[in-house]
Design a protein around this ligand. Structure first.
Ligand SMILES: [Zn+2]
Length: 75
């Protein structure tokens, strides 16, 4: 049988995957939920990466720039 987690082949009567060691006898809804969570985790990791990148670049210069322009425009 094919492991739903790593797609490795294990014996049909195996209880755990011989490749990743995960439980092959989990009910299908649980497996689907697991895959959904893994996908969400990847999404969140990408989001964290993006926010970290933004923080590295410092405060939003565009925002500050617009603020200063407005201040000087008044004088
Ligand atoms: Zn596996």
């Amino acid at each position: 049988m094919e492991c739903p987690f790593c797609t490795g082949q294990s014996r049909d009567d195996a209880w755990v995957c011989c490749h990743c060691g995960r439980d092959l006898k989990l009910p299908q809804p649980l497996v689907e939920e697991h895959q959904e969570l893994v996908a969400k985790l990847a999404e969140l990791k990408a989001e964290v990466e993006r926010l970290r990148d933004e923080l590295k670049r410092g405060p939003r210069r565009a925002g500050w720039g617009a603020g200063w322009t407005a201040l000087f425009a008044r004088k």
